[in-house]
Design a protein around this ligand. Structure first.
Ligand code: SF4
Length: 74
């Protein structure tokens, strides 16, 4: 798997966090990448993967619950 596409959740457009959350390493959100969202991945800002796509996180209430209850907004 290529390392060049790997990046951090806190810099990824597929990371979805609570509406008022700050973007930090320990902030919890969910991954809404179209291929990964079926797994309800709950992950902090310093997580990452090779599905990374640079951008600002999406925001929705329930993104940090266990399991996440927010619908993907992208
Ligand atoms: S797990 Fe991967 S695709 Fe999902 S938010 Fe984190 S870096 Fe982005």
């Amino acid at each position: 798997m290529s390392k060049e596409n790997w990046g951090l959740c806190k810099e990824c457009k597929w990371w979805q966090i609570e509406p008022a959350a700050t973007i930090e390493d320990q902030t919890v959100g969910e991954c809404i990448d179209d291929k990964l969202q079926k797994f309800s991945i709950r992950i902090t800002g310093n997580g990452g993967c090779s599905r990374f796509h640079e951008g600002k996180p999406a925001r929705a209430s329930g993104s940090s619950e266990k399991p996440p209850t927010a619908k993907p907004t992208r």
